[in-house]
Design a protein around this ligand. Structure first.
Ligand SMILES: C[S@@+](CC[C@H](N)C(=O)[O-])C[C@H]1O[C@@H](n2cnc3c(N)ncnc32)[C@H](O)[C@@H]1O
Length: 245
């Protein structure tokens, strides 16, 4: 993550949830995760790390199904938006297992992950998670191998990573973002073979990369026109791996 990226996400935090594509992509990703995760009783014991949680759309969707969600984001504005939702009259009495953390996560033993969202206590040992999720983050990351090594280190033995982002299916994938919003976009989606190799090189086993869903999204009439018009279909990949026991 670059400083430009963080500045961009701070600026976008307040309007993030009003983007219908963001909401739709989260709903589809949430369904894709749930369909690949274990039964509700097993899932209810999971401690989850949402890396690059933004305003917490996915964290809040997963929260009722799991034991806890540690929701991490490098942009203070995003974390402030999630914290505001959690202290709102709507959520403050119903959601008690999500903890927002402002951090550019690079170290699995980062002490800011130490507090258990449910008990509020921290263990001297670094916390390890059953599941790391991350949605719409990879295309902003300059160094993917480093990110997946961090995710690997955050997992308990046998823990799983599940990551979703749009696929780089060719030059047209660039149209996912309007030209004026290319700041901090490191790649125009993720490539199946490349991401599979990155997970394997980070140490993950049982690596699988497949199409999770397809999403319609309005794009610019002409790149750079600033006028949204035609609708394109963007495939999203889900990338899964397990930290060996
Ligand atoms: C496109 S936003 C997606 C937010 C959210 N997952 C969603 O789908 O609504 C990407 C987010 O990843 C965060 N991010 C990227 N790398 C990060 C890192 N290493 N640690 C924490 N946050 C990170 C950015 O600050 C940004 O808010």
């Amino acid at each position: 993550m670059t400083t430009a990226n963080t500045a961009r996400f701070n600026a976008e935090a307040l309007s993030w949830d009003s983007n219908p594509s963001v909401q739709l992509a989260t709903r589809l990703a949430h369904a894709a995760y749930l369909s690949r995760l274990p039964s509700p009783s097993a899932l209810s014991t999971y401690d989850v790390l949402d890396l690059g949680c933004g305003t917490g759309l996915l964290s809040l969707a997963l929260a009722p199904s799991v034991r806890s969600v540690t929701a991490v984001d490098a942009a203070e504005g995003m974390i402030a938006a999630l914290a505001a939702k959690l202290s709102s009259s709507e959520l403050s009495t119903t959601v008690r297992n999500v903890r927002p953390v402002h951090a550019l996560l690079q170290d699995p033993s980062d002490p800011r992950l130490a507090i258990d969202p449910v008990t509020g206590s921290s263990d001297p040992k670094p916390r390890r998670f059953h599941l790391v999720v991350s949605h719409l983050v990879l295309h902003h990351i300059p160094d993917l191998p480093a990110l997946f090594r961090t995710m690997y280190g955050c997992l308990a033995p046998g823990g799983r990573v599940m990551v979703t982002d749009f696929e780089n299916f060719g030059p047209e994938a660039r149209r996912f973002h309007p030209e004026a919003k290319m700041d901090g976009v490191e790649r125009h989606g993720i490539k199946r073979d490349e991401i599979k190799r990155v997970l394997e090189e980070a140490g993950f086993v049982d690596v699988k990369v497949e199409t999770a869903f397809e999403m319609e999204k309005a794009v610019e009439t002409e790149p750079g026109s600033g006028v949204m018009g035609p609708v394109m279909v963007f495939p999203f990949l889900i990338c899964e791996g397990t930290r060996g026991g």
